[in-house]
Design a protein around this ligand. Structure first.
Ligand code: ZN
Ligand code: FE
Length: 255
């Protein structure tokens, strides 16, 4: 059995907080800090001491609790080099292929520009686990606040290349709305229809739809499928994944 435990809980209106705990070393990392009080109280219930914060990008619903948690725990804050001056309390700036340790576990950093220009993900090396912030969502992807469609497509392509069993821990519960939109793009995709039905059942039962997996997203997430010929032609951009991705993103922004 793995010594790595991931505790997931809702924060704010639709964020998820994650505490990642290594039983051997006792180290615990908070993945982003949507709500300091909630994260501190969840850690207390678990009996875990937060030793690190791993930020994915500078947005306040990801870094807003940094200073309070650091103040109360003395933890180290790790975040994207590209957003160094925007991350409260940052101790260590990391970028593509930097290695971050949690006890004996290691996470590799992926640079994923698009939602913000400095956005990063933490890809666990010994476990099929990825913390992707606001880049990839279940059946969706982050809005392009700072980057271009081409940058985001390249970033999503890096995540597409992860092993299919990788569990994807995204930062928001947006899946039900994403499913409604995805069905307008690929109404006949049987994997999407089945996925959407599961999402409706989970949400009706008050259950999270996150984490998801790379396999599930490859089969049903239209934003990862901009390289599928049938979808390209449906969007009017045969042979052009970037233009197809941009069209899907534009339609979602107006949905
Ligand atoms: Zn964000
Ligand atoms: Fe966010």
């Amino acid at each position: 059995m793995s010594a790595l435990e991931i505790h997931q809980f809702p924060c704010l209106s639709d964020n998820y907080g994650y505490l990642v705990h290594d039983k051997v070393s006792g180290e615990t990392a908070a993945i982003d800090t949507p709500d300091a009080d909630k994260i501190l109280s969840e850690a207390k219930v678990k009996g875990w001491d937060i030793t690190q914060i791993w930020n994915t990008h500078w947005h306040p619903d990801h870094t807003g609790g940094n200073l309070k948690i650091k103040d109360e725990t003395g933890c180290v804050i790790i975040g994207p080099a590209g957003e160094e001056e925007k991350i409260p309390g940052l101790d260590r700036a990391v970028q593509q292929d930097s290695i971050v340790n949690l006890g004996a576990y290691t996470a590799r950093i992926f640079d994923l520009p698009g939602h913000t220009l400095g956005h990063i993900a933490y890809i666990m090396e010994d476990e099929p686990v990825a913390f992707v912030g606001d880049t990839l969502f279940a059946l969706g992807c982050g809005r392009l606040f700072e980057g271009s469609a081409e940058q985001m497509w390249q970033s999503l392509s890096k995540l597409k290349a992860l092993s299919e069993e990788t569990m994807v821990y995204c930062a928001h519960e947006y899946t039900a709305a994403n499913a409604k939109f995805a069905l307008t793009i690929e109404p006949e995709n049987p994997d999407l229809k089945a996925y959407s039905a599961r999402v409706d059942a989970l949400r009706a039962d008050g259950q999270p739809t996150v984490p998801t997996s790379i396999a599930k997203e490859l089969a049903a997430n239209p934003f990862l499928r901009a390289d599928v010929p049938a979808l390209q032609s449906a969007m009017g951009h045969s042979g052009d994944a970037v233009a197809t991705f941009a069209e899907i993103r534009k339609r979602k922004d107006n949905f």
